[in-house]
Design a binder for this molecule. Structure first.
Ligand SMILES: Cc1ncc(COP(=O)(O)O)c(C=O)c1O
Length: 425
């Protein structure tokens, strides 16, 4: 089969007619499908039902001598701190267990820096004229939403197969107005890139002009392999400390995609200095988070081995869904040369880079044919993809039969958008 680039105008017009017919036929089916957000499927949620039986009216609510039903232990119950410490490869003292969303801890961390400043003599960022922030892109839209909410000036950083473009990062952090950076080091959202150890070391080691530079290390997918054996990752806290930057980093994680999104538990990990700063400020805000849920999670997940075993069961459910998406792309799109994509082995997304200038049109065509996708542009700061090329596919929620239909609409829309652009030129 010839790629679109190799076809004559007549051949393209002929193909456009066929693809348009196919699209109209799909549209006439009146489907309603959704590949927009990285939500676990119902079967994944059902798998975790037994967790809800572990704390009942006649259960023992005491853990390490603490009655979890009562006030206290702002930083979380020791058993839960041990569990997250094991997962992240840090010490339990470095862990703070929060509520049901790591995103809330991220927002809260940044809001505290804006209001109170962090580190000796550092000004609250709200008092600064400009806060510039590094945003590896494509990236997680909600990170960018947080940055935008605080009025940061976001600077997109290209990603390569080893992580962010470090030449550029190292150059930009020489500017004192550059105050921090988002990172999703394992199975980045949406590309599924795993940062190399070399890149991680460079991030920990780099000299930044801002003393209060804040590395937001969002390890949301740290145990989320679906098509590979679990791969250990470096501990960013000790690496930063090794290079004399112990206070640079806050690491985040949660059980949103291990147990229940929105009803799980979250944590941050940080240096002793940062922990003292955060606890002092949080103390004015809350007496303790939901320790009953913390204990329920500890009894269910037990330890690192317990989590990894559960993640294998999630992988069994997710693997066929990702295979469905990747097979459709290989079969329908690869021979035409109109898009590139990564083949992730973990995380929750497939990131598709279509012909520049066709992502928004593809998204619109999908919508009109009944398929909701993450809006084109959402994976870039301010929702502006300079190439209008990136689309994020989230295969986890729909059952495989629905995914097959969704991918038919997606691939047809990709083709139609490309053909319209090529024949208009
Ligand atoms: C990179 C990343 N971080 C954080 C989250 C949300 O985590 P939580 O549910 O703990 O707020 C997501 C969810 O999609 C994500 O992709």
């Amino acid at each position: 089969m010839k790629t679109y680039a190799d076809r004559s105008r007549e051949e393209l017009l002929e193909e456009l007619k066929l693809v348009q017919e196919r699209y109209d036929e799909l549209k006439s089916r009146g489907l309603s499908l959704n590949m927009a957000r990285g939500k676990p499927g119902t079967d994944q949620l059902d798998m975790n039902r037994p967790m809800m039986d572990l704390l009942r009216s006649d259960s023992d609510y005491v853990s390490d001598g603490i009655d979890v039903r009562n006030y206290g232990n702002l930083e979380g119950i020791p058993a839960c701190r041990r569990l997250f410490a094991e997962l992240l490869g840090v010490r339990p003292e470095n862990i703070f267990v929060g509520g049901s969303a790591s995103l809330q801890l991220m927002y809260d961390t940044i809001s505290k820096v804006y209001l109170f400043g962090r580190g000796k003599g550092a000004a609250p960022w709200a008092k600064l004229e400009k806060v510039r922030w590094l945003c590896p892109a494509p990236g997680y839209d909600r990170h960018f939403t947080i940055s935008e909410a605080f009025g940061m000036e976001m600077i997109p950083i290209p990603l390569n197969s080893e992580g962010p473009d470090m030449e550029l990062v190292e150059e930009l952090v020489r500017n004192p107005a550059v105050k921090g950076m988002w990172c999703v080091p394992k199975f980045s959202n949406p590309d599924g890139i795993v940062y190399s150890e070399k890149t991680i070391r460079r991030i920990a080691a780099m000299e930044t002009a801002a003393d209060d530079f804040l590395l937001m290390w969002d390890n949301a997918y740290c145990v989320h392999e679906f098509a590979a054996e679990y791969r250990p990752f470096p501990d960013i806290l000790s690496l930063c400390a090794e290079y004399g930057h112990a206070d640079r980093v806050f690491e985040f994680a949660s059980t949103s995609k291990i147990t229940f999104p929105g009803a799980g538990i979250s944590c941050f990990a940080c240096s002793e200095e940062n922990m003292a700063w955060m606890k002092k400020l949080l103390n004015a805000q809350i007496i303790s988070y939901d320790k009953v849920n913390q204990l329920r999670h500890v009894r269910y997940l037990r330890d690192r081995e317990g989590v990894l075993t559960l993640m294998k069961r999630h992988a069994e459910i997710l693997r066929p869904k990702f295979a469905c998406v990747l097979d459709a792309l290989d079969r329908e799109i690869a021979p035409l040369g109109i898009a590139r994509w990564e083949k992730p082995v973990g995380g929750y997304f497939v990131s598709v880079n279509c012909m520049p200038g066709t992502a928004m049109e593809t998204w619109r065509l999908c919508k009109e044919a009944g398929l909701t996708m993450t809006k084109a542009g959402a994976t870039y700061p301010y929702g502006r993809d300079p190439q209008d090329s990136n689309l994020r596919v989230a295969p986890s929620l729909p059952p495989v039969e629905q995914l097959e239909q969704a991918m038919e609409i997606f691939c047809t829309s990709l083709k139609l958008a490309a053909l319209k652009k090529l024949t208009a030129e």
